[in-house]
Design a protein around this ligand. Structure first.
Ligand SMILES: [Ca+2]
Ligand SMILES: [Ca+2]
Ligand SMILES: [Ca+2]
Ligand SMILES: [Ca+2]
Length: 444
């Protein structure tokens, strides 16, 4: 029986294709065998057709499969494919990648990263391969296709690239930001091939950023078309458009200072921070920590203030301060409850008989002093440690130290103690160290 079959060819030469069922026809095999014995050097020195150097273009396996579909599968298809090499798209990859050749078992069909030592490449590139005839039978693969196969192997012979996917849809916090308000953009994405990914955002106002978790501040109100792009390192990408509506800031107490920068939005005497800590409504003057009574705060003295913000490593911020408030004559430290708002860093404490308070991150001391002019003052020293002080204090997000430098804005410091409220507004300056964490200190 004839060991070859004829099939209609899809190749450009339009000539019928010979599908070899094994290696070389017996006579040619015998000749090669003879040559091998006669001249082992000649046999071993087989080289392929010269090809242009790689351009560095990434070749995806879809391109390789297209070549197989066009050139190879008419013979290499099904269980009876030559050398059991079935090149249809659902089978080909696993039969090639790091798989020993049947004809030359000490060679891999595809040795990832090394086309020269891959039998597949030798078979399409060498006029006289180590076994059998050059493939495809009776047809030299165009140079561009040889280059594609070579480069694909040398690039690691990766399977078909799949585009990155979103594990969680992108979120905005707050969802409808105010102009001038930092908005956090977050997304979770991954790559089905486990390729490394990069995540980037185009905020639609001419500003871009990279990272899964970024903060952006819109300067103006309006609707912005945001484009989230997740890319892998193989030209795969996932695009996700979203729209952000930036709204105007309200001015609840109509004092001309928008809520974003107003320490006490409803002008009831209690800062927003103290109201949130006391669980009253910072946008309603009839809701206060004194049962609805509004107050006119007294003056507070800050005698020392130092904050350190670490923008580089895992957040590790600290703040120390000493403030002096006036308290009623009957004031005693034992059991005294304090709410303090240090420019947005809000803490509560209840002091023991020694005037001390401590928990895992904070320690405070409260001393009562008599004034020469009569009356008492409460001298409060605080040492705070926290993972994210900068966000609260500077009103900026951890991601943006440059914003912190710009945020040397006046901040309200307020104390709610023994039924009294005392507030001051202080200017803080931000200093950046040459290396290490940034720091902020009270301006003199
Ligand atoms: Ca991928
Ligand atoms: Ca206001
Ligand atoms: Ca208030
Ligand atoms: Ca209120």
């Amino acid at each position: 029986m004839n060991p070859t079959v004829l099939k209609k060819s899809s190749n450009p030469d339009k000539s019928p294709r010979q599908c070899a069922t094994g290696g070389l026809p017996a006579r040619a095999a015998a000749l090669v065998l003879l040559l091998a014995f006669a001249s082992p050097l000649l046999f071993a020195a087989a080289t392929g057709d010269p090809l242009p150097p790689t351009t560095g273009r990434l070749v995806d396996y879809t391109e390789i499969q297209d070549i197989f579909d066009k050139r190879c599968v008419e013979c290499h298809e099904g269980d009876a494919a030559p050398n059991a090499l079935n090149l249809i798209d659902t089978r080909s990859y696993n039969l090639l990648f790091d798989e020993a050749s049947q004809e030359v078992p000490n060679l891999k069909r595809v040795k990832p990263g090394n086309a020269e030592q891959s039998y597949l490449f030798q078979k399409i590139n060498q006029a006289v391969p180590k076994s059998g005839t050059r493939m495809p039978v009776g047809f030299t693969l165009p140079v561009a296709e040889q280059v594609a196969i070579r480069d694909w192997i040398n690039q690691g012979a990766l399977p078909v690239n799949r585009n990155p996917i979103l594990v969680k849809a992108p979120t905005l916090t707050p969802a409808s930001p105010r102009a001038g308000e930092g908005t956090r953009f977050s997304v979770e994405a991954s790559d089905p091939n486990s390729d490394p990914i990069t995540i980037s955002w185009d905020f639609g106002d001419g500003v871009t950023a990279t990272g899964a978790n970024v903060v952006h501040t819109y300067a103006a109100i309006g609707t912005f078309n945001v484009l989230l792009t997740v890319k892998d390192n193989r030209n795969g990408e996932r695009l996700e458009p979203l729209q952000v509506t930036v709204i105007a800031d309200a001015d609840t107490d109509a004092d001309g200072i928008p809520n974003l920068t107003d320490a006490d939005d409803d002008a009831d005497g209690f800062t927003d921070g103290i109201e949130l800590a006391a669980q009253t409504d910072p946008l309603n003057a009839a809701s206060t920590p004194l049962g609805g009574s509004t107050v006119t705060p007294g003056a507070l003295t800050i005698s020392q203030f130092k904050a350190k913000f670490d923008f580089k490593k895992s957040p590790n911020d600290s703040l120390s301060a000493r403030v002096i408030a006036t308290v009623p004559d009957a004031f005693t430290v034992s059991g005294q409850a304090l709410l303090i708002d240090l420019g947005g860093v809000v803490r509560s404490a209840t002091f023991d008989a020694k005037g001390e308070f401590a928990n895992a991150t904070d320690s405070m001391k409260l001393k009562v002093k008599k004034q020469k002019t009569g009356g008492l003052t409460a001298d409060i020293s605080l040492k705070l440690k926290a993972s994210l002080l900068a966000e609260s204090f500077l009103g900026v997000q951890k991601a943006s130290e440059s914003d912190a430098a710009a945020a040397a804005l006046p901040r309200a410091v307020s104390v709610f103690l023994a039924g009294t409220v005392q507030t001051t507004t202080a200017n803080f300056t931000y200093k950046r160290k040459k290396s290490g964490p940034g720091s902020s200190s009270l301006a003199k």
